[in-house]
Design a protein around this ligand. Structure first.
Ligand code: FES
Ligand SMILES: [Fe+2]
Length: 373
């Protein structure tokens, strides 16, 4: 009887501890921060592929650009004026006014146009000067670069192509389930990596058993192994900009490596070109969808954002736990990426996974001019 009471108390204390841990620590686990020396970073960047591949990239959240407002956003080695007209539509222009280079993001929005703060020239969403307040004429050449823009999943995305080609694929029609999902949170981080490192991670099967083999639950690594079964496939034809990765993470007893049924989880990742992907986590305690975006800011400098959604009614603690585990895994990867170099000719064995196929898929996003950036 006494043993039963003791065991019951122990189990109860253990469960409370685990719950508190999930609520507090997993959520706040921070990643390792390194000091970077610019000279070393410039040298490291020389070995990597070009910093700005072609594709759709996340500039900012739709809610950051209120109706009738203009903001400045830095991305892709330049600055943009992002504004929302009274019609609710978003325009993205080069930030510097073509007249005398004042900053358009310091101006204001009038109707559906952005107004330069220096001499009051007005530009529409197509980049055309619609009005010069002190002149009867507007020269035909009075225009600035307007970027192709889309609003999807609460993000403002622009099409970047170093040869100025029109979009070869579109972002509409994906993740329609979002209507039944609830937005949970957004996080943003600046990483000293090349965005291709993230894509290669999915094809690098061998690192899962080394970097992602433990849970964040304290002491669990003494008893539990995490085994990953990974697979990646590449889209073809009009889906050639897409890739599909799955990772089934099974938990096994450390002593016997016997699988623990109904534990573990599955991650499905859909890549949409180089700039963003949709992560879907399925576990016994709940499901989570993460829209992960990578926007290059400069050489080996990337803004990574996580936009977290869960089906309505998902238990809040389950979301925090899955998110905590996922972020901890990403943080372990980032610590490696930020300190690594680019192996142009890696020394591989067959168990390493389809790293070179991933590179071949990724190379479609570089064209002649991207190599000059
Ligand atoms: S610099 Fe913009 S109107 Fe003159
Ligand atoms: Fe990884």
């Amino acid at each position: 009887m006494l043993i039963k009471i003791l065991l019951g108390t122990l189990l109860f204390v253990g469960a409370v501890f685990l719950l508190l841990y999930m609520m507090i620590f997993v959520r706040w686990k921070k990643r390792k921060k390194f000091d970077f020396d610019q000279e070393t970073e410039d040298k490291r960047a020389e070995n990597y592929p070009p910093p700005y591949p072609n594709g759709w990239f996340n500039l900012c959240s739709a809610r950051d650009v209120k109706k009738g407002k203009v903001i400045e956003v830095e991305a892709l080695g330049q600055k943009f004026a992002v504004f929302r007209g009274e019609d609710g539509k978003v325009g993205v222009l080069d930030v510097y006014c073509p007249h005398l280079n004042a900053n358009l993001a310091e101006g204001c929005v009038k109707g559906n146009n952005v107004v330069c703060p220096f001499h009051g020239w007005e530009f529409n969403k197509e980049g055309k000067c619609a009005k010069i307040p002190y002149s009867d004429t507007v020269p035909k050449t009075a225009k600035t670069k307007a970027w192709e823009v889309k609003e999807n999943w609460g993000l403002i995305l622009i099409w970047y192509h170093s040869e100025n080609q029109v979009p070869t694929w579109h972002t509409d029609g994906h993740f329609e389930e979002i209507k039944n999902y609830k937005f949970h949170s957004k996080s943003s981080d600046i990483l000293r990596i090349h965005l291709q490192d993230f894509a290669e991670n999915g094809a690098d099967y061998a690192h899962f058993g080394v970097v992602h083999n433990i849970l964040t639950i304290p002491f669990a690594h003494h008893f539990i192994n995490v085994n990953h079964i990974c697979n990646i496939e590449f889209g073809e034809g009009d889906k050639s900009h897409m890739a599909y990765f799955t990772d089934i993470a099974e938990l096994a007893k450390k002593s016997t490596n016997q699988k623990i049924e109904h534990a573990g989880g599955k991650a499905t990742v859909t890549f949409f070109g180089p700039g963003f992907l949709i992560f879907e986590f399925t576990t016994i305690i709940g499901c989570l969808t993460l829209i992960k975006t990578f926007t290059p800011l400069g050489k080996l400098k990337v803004r990574m954002e996580d936009h977290v959604y869960a089906p309505k009614g998902t238990f809040g603690l389950a979301i925090k736990y899955i998110l905590g585990e996922a972020s901890a895994q990403f943080h372990d990867d980032i610590s490696i990426w930020e300190k690594k170099n680019f192996a142009a000719k890696p020394l591989l064995v067959k168990e390493d996974g389809p790293i070179m196929q991933m590179r071949a898929w990724y190379s479609q996003f570089y064209t002649e001019n991207s190599r000059m950036a």
